[in-house]
Design a binder for this molecule. Structure first.
Ligand code: SF4
Length: 78
């Protein structure tokens, strides 16, 4: 099953550790909060994504199954 990254903005401390570990899928906004790639995590980045989730000091970053709605939104924006 495809997965995507999700962040809980209430828990996030905005220090941006995840963006350092996974710059391919995580950018930071002007306050340091992560902006996550919306799509499925590419297979070649799956290990790095799991390490970034495990390293999140606030347990704010997680992996979530990609829903049918996520996939449909991706198609609409193309
Ligand atoms: S590592 Fe976790 S707490 Fe830090 S910016 Fe990323 S999501 Fe937020």
């Amino acid at each position: 099953m495809d997965e995507r990254l999700r962040v809980n903005p209430i828990l996030c401390d905005a220090y941006g550790h995840c963006a350092e570990l996974l710059p391919e899928l995580v950018e930071l906004d002007e306050w340091g909060y992560p902006i996550l790639d919306d799509g499925p995590i590419p297979q070649e980045l799956a290990g790095a994504a799991r390490r970034a989730v495990a390293a999140c000091p606030r347990l704010a970053l997680r992996l979530a199954p990609l829903s049918r709605g996520d996939l449909n939104r991706g198609k609409e924006s193309r």
